[in-house]
Design a protein around this ligand. Structure first.
Ligand SMILES: *Cc1c(COP(=O)(O)O)cnc(C)c1O
Length: 432
């Protein structure tokens, strides 16, 4: 049915040249396909649910530029709004009404957010929120979870997920011990471990930060009671609860995982979807806490390009598109069809597998599971995942090149795309 011997000559040439120019040939590690083997493909353009490489091959895309493309790539309304904004200038470095518009949309959508500050990436948002947590509580220690990724700032590079997990790296060289000595870690979904850390570090813990639904160790949802338990524990100990919704914000639900699960953290970080494909991050939360940020308060954080008009425009238009009735029902339906289909096919073809989905986020682990945390996820057959990934790629399906990354769907994915993907998966999984 599908051509399995795709020609990727141009991709290979460009990537070979890139390796002399940039470390590993990429601008961000997971893109290099190290964990799945083989060469990455080099993109030429994207549209809707599809990407085209420089050799002219077309793929159904389940990476969606790692999350932002929830309305589909190059949505005509986003592009039109960007054209209009472009004529007025690419950066002001000064206030614009667009920031008010996006801020109001974010505040209306996300239960915990009463005030927001825009930055340029998820990493920046998480760095800033950590400073704020410490300033507000006047405590230094934080708790994070194994396999959760909060960007590449020093303090978070302890048992971090995403590329760090993918490449099996320990904590990165160059990170001083002093930067991580206040970072405590616990296994995800393990309330007892968190409780013990609070007991051992009484009145020293500023807060707990987590991905409320993990995407950077593969897709791992919270067990019933876990988020509630963290909310209670942080209250009890005078610590802050921070949801890193850089991935889950506007994806798990319009109001993020906090809306979906009905748990309101004190602070929230955002990124990915709110930039609509341009570089944006944000952090926000309770007004009394956010009022500590300069120039309203003493906690310093700034950015030359922060709140820039192009990024604000893409974010506003993307959120407008997501507000249309039925969008999240649609995302949930097609993603459920995909995730359930993949799992069923894997089992029918004799592979140990487990996986799941919430809204437009999904995952499949090559282990019988269940997967409650990163330790469980690491039992996956990553070599098999590599062969699966390559087989899918050669048949026109672009999956995240790591067992430890979640998959993403968009409003542009059709039932036909899902059915085609499942047919390809059956072919590949039967051959593994
Ligand atoms: C992607 C991601 C980040 C980092 O965002 P960047 O924009 O890549 O810096 C932080 N936290 C989570 C949960 C993410 O998924």
């Amino acid at each position: 049915m599908v051509n399995t011997t795709i020609k990727t000559t141009k991709s290979q040439e460009i990537f070979a040249a890139a390796q002399n120019l940039m470390p590993g040939g990429v601008s961000s590690p997971v893109r290099a396909f190290k964990s799945v083997g083989g060469q990455p493909i080099v993109f030429d353009h994207v549209k809707g649910a599809y990407i085209w490489d420089v050799d002219g091959n077309q793929y159904i895309d389940y990476v969606g530029t790692w999350g932002p493309a929830i309305c589909g790539h190059t949505h005509p309304e986003v592009i039109a709004a960007l054209h209009e904004a472009l004529e007025k200038g690419t950066s002001f470095g000064a206030p614009s009404v667009l920031e008010n518009v996006l801020a109001e949309m974010v505040i209306d959508a996300v239960p915990s957010i009463e005030m927001v500050r825009f930055v340029n990436s998820g990493t920046e948002a998480c760095m800033a929120v950590l400073r704020l947590m410490r300033a507000f509580t006047n405590r230094e220690k934080i708790i994070k979870f194994e396999g959760c990724y909060h960007g590449h700032a020093d303090m978070f590079l302890v048992k971090a997920g995403s590329g760090v997990a993918t490449l099996g790296l320990p904590d990165s060289p160059g990170v001083p011990k002093s930067a991580t000595s206040s970072t405590l870690t616990a296994p995800f979904n393990d309330l007892e471990a968190v409780k013990a850390l609070f007991e051992e570090n009484r009145d020293q813990i500023a807060g707990v930060i987590l991905e409320p639904v993990v995407g950077n160790a593969g897709f791992i949802p919270p067990d019933a009671g876990f988020l509630e338990g963290l909310r209670e524990l942080t209250h009890e100990h005078g610590a802050l609860l921070v949801f890193d919704e850089v991935m889950t914000g506007f994806r798990i639900a319009y109001g993020g995982a906090q809306e979906k699960f009905g748990i309101t953290p004190d602070l929230t970080t955002l990124g990915k979807v709110i930039g609509g494909g341009l570089p944006v991050g944000a952090y926000g939360g309770r007004r009394d806490i956010m009022s500590m940020i300069a120039p309203a308060g003493p906690v310093y954080q700034a950015g030359t390009l922060s709140g820039n008009p192009l990024a604000m425009t893409a974010g506003i238009k993307t959120l407008e598109l997501l507000q249309k009735p039925g969008t999240y029902e649609y995302l949930d339906r097609i993603t459920q069809k995909l995730a359930a289909g993949l799992l069923q096919i894997a089992q029918e073809t004799g592979h140990a597998a487990c996986g799941g989905q919430i809204s437009a986020m999904f995952g499949l682990f090559f282990t019988s599971g269940p997967v409650h945390n990163y330790e469980d996820a690491k039992k996956s057959d990553t070599a098999k995942f590599g062969r699966f990934h390559r087989g899918m790629l050669e048949r026109g399906v672009y999956l995240a090149p790591s067992q430890f990354e979640a998959g993403f769907t968009s409003l542009a994915h059709t039932d036909e795309d899902i059915e085609q993907t499942l047919a390809v998966a059956r072919e590949v999984l039967s051959s593994l």
